[in-house]
Design a protein around this ligand. Sequence first.
Ligand code: NAD
Length: 494
Amino acid sequence: MAKRFQNYIGGKWLDAASDATFTDINPAVNDDVVGEFPLSTPDDVDSAVSAARTAFATWSRLPAPERGEILRRIGDVLTERKDELAFEMTREMGKPHFETRGDVQEAIDTAYYAASETRRMFGHTVPSELPNKFNMSIRRPIGVIGVITAWNFPVAVPTWKMFPAIACGNTVVFKPSEDAPHSGMLLVKAFIDAGLPKGVVNLVQGAGEVGAALVSHPDVNAVSFTGSTDTGARIAETCGAMHKRVSLEMGGKNPMIVMDDADLDLVLDGILWGAFGTTGQRCTATSRLIVHEDVHDKLVDMLCEAATNLTIGYGNDAGVEMGPVINEKAIDKVMGYIEIGKDEGATVRLGGKRATGGKLDNGFFIQPTVFTGVSRHMRIAREEIFGPVLSVIKISSYDEAVSIANDVPFGLSSSIYTRDVALAFRAMHDIEAGITYVNGPTIGAEAHMPFGGVKQTGNGHREGGWEVFDFYTETKTVYVDYSGKLQKAQIDNT
Ligand code: NAD
């Protein structure tokens, strides 16, 4: 019988109020059932929000560096459990073990970085317009934060949100993706074992309905979301109507520009990692290769030869370089886009089919796929496919490359390969994206750097780095008048 897991609310492990569950399976080995998880309801959300509200009263008053000490211990526990967590993450969502180890490492880095920020949390002091008066700003926590995440970085991304949130004195209700509930549960278990007080982080498992209940709960003060642009739009509507602060990190259609002077061996390594790492299921995946005509044919040949040799399989097996897509729905979506690409007149230069044979028949595998002859107006050049499919677009100048790179509704990551310093600097400014890599692929984020996108990828906030601490705090302006008399700004000093 499959193992049954629970929610974690106010320091207790609990079944869903309805007692209903959903099943989580291994996308690479479909008869391997990871477990049964609570299919939570709005009642469970209500209990979790109430536990978070109660904990907020004490947690928000703890000196920030003491909160930082707990975050440091969480980083230590995650370090001890890195391999175990990576193994279970690969089992549940498919990316190879070396990648899931990186996912945990990002969480560890984020824990130590957030811990260090608890000794900063700067406000400002500035001169007053009036004599004997002192002006400053301080930061205050917001309250209860609803955290809703996707499945593709099931440990790292929740920590990008939860660690700064709790460092700032907020408490959290966390709803992981229904495609990665086990990783979410193991993460919360690490928090508990590191000594995080009860109620500070509460775990509610389930699908979109429970996410929606969390977003619309009147006692949730802010929402941090990572997922698709469609879901983000719905969440933004609710938050807008309820005047809630909301951070949205959504889809991408990330371009890699390759100029005629690029080092093609370096480019090749970058494409393989950018387009087929995490089976192309990263928000930052390289999904458009915009290549100068003088190197186009050579690069495509190099790429197709190398991508054919990628080892596909279960990511916990030795030597596997590319895992499955997440579920049956993803198979339908990606295979559907491959048909759309063919109908639009693009050429399948590599792949284009499900990867089958032997153990692969028991999982959701798709061949690495390369389309050439793609034009900027095709759907495969404009829409997020979220699978191992790369669209190659030929260009004849830098200006044309940038115009195509910017001609999509998304703006998360981007990259340019060139040896021309002037072009590299122009691209930093010209490309409409939250991230630009020079001579590296579109993927890869460091914990202490801001992360996020423009246009329909984001709503102006950033995760990671110093900027995320602005999202999780309210600024309070404080005036101290020690003149001993009533001083009227804009009246006494004109
Ligand atoms: P998704 O939008 O289907 O689901 C994301 C989360 O939202 C899940 O936990 C889901 O249960 C929840 N949800 C669904 N409907 C909801 C609703 N109405 N109200 C509240 N919550 C709801 O996305 P997914 O398939 O899990 O993830 C893939 C998407 O995530 C891709 O578009 C990818 O680009 C994006 N992504 C973005 C980033 C980033 O930082 N920009 C990072 C990772 C993934």
